[in-house]
Design a protein around this ligand. Sequence first.
Ligand code: FE2
Length: 376
Amino acid sequence: MSVDTITKSNDVVTEDFLPLLGTDHIEFIVGNAKQSAYYYQSAWGYELLAYAGPETGVRDRTSFVLQQGKVRLVLTSAMYPDSDLAKHHNLHGDGVKVLALWVDDATKSFEETTKRGAEAVIEPTTLKDENGEVVISAIKTYGDTIHKFVERKNYNGAFLPGYQAKKSSFDIKPIGLKYVDHCVGNVELGKMNDWVKFYEDVMGFKLLITFDDEDISTEYTALMSKVVSNGNGYVKFPINEPAEGKKKSQIEEYIEFYKGGGVQHIAIATDDIVATVSELRNRGVEFLYVPDNYYDDLLDRVGKIEEDIEPLKANNILVDRDDEGYLLQIFTKPVQDRPTVFYEIIQRRGAKSFGKGNFKALFEAIEREQELRGNL
Ligand code: FE2
């Protein structure tokens, strides 16, 4: 059913009713936040920044806030079995609940999006402590995921009111993580265009690029993907849906185990992907395997690159190209027991969008893992 391959949006200049300053933080609901926080500190080199829990007067949860570069993660666990948090974890397993966006005006962000049809989750609320005040609000997106708007211009505490500053208790070695490049959502069959329309109509995003099932298919499985981006390009959300194939696609596997749509992967930018990935490997983080023959004709496919091929091959790092330059990328294996959320490490060398050359290699790699899990 392939009609076109790549469709770029027309650049129409209109007023941005939802100006975003970037990704504020990403909150995971996990089974054991204390142990997850140790994994992100020791393996990924995040510094502990803040904490909320019984010791700080919060009774129903514990939250650890971690930071490296501009990437800020919040890891939250429920303290009681009958809370919404505990129900979320029981249903979805470890996963992303909140994609929080940094804004100048959380009240206006809420009003502009809800008047365009967003479902409200948190009405604009001012939180205060001795370090100032933060305004937050939130709307629903796919699955049980929400977008929280965070206005922090009048705040100079560690994270948010209600959290206490807390430092790592051992020596942390960062690995060069800079910022969140994009966050990908998986949605159910036939729902991709509805969510693209949501981001266009409700949040003022623009369609950046479309990949159809012919671009993203292997012998067995296929998926479709559309990438939406906000006005200044700081926030990119690719949305995937499964497509018909001979076997079960990775998106179907995700939806089966996450019990609905949700965040599939978070891509984090580095300025030196070989150094970042080889250090992650040394610390036990597992990546998808790509066969050596991927590298045989690499330069014919992507043209001249500045990196040596050998360290890319040794680390299984992929290279792709768009109109403006090239990019290097790699996927981890899922980072929890269910085959759901994983990470991408990405280094951009001029490319601002996404190529399509790597999909086949990546998805064949994912299929090999699916087969090992008995889910292909
Ligand atoms: Fe990605």
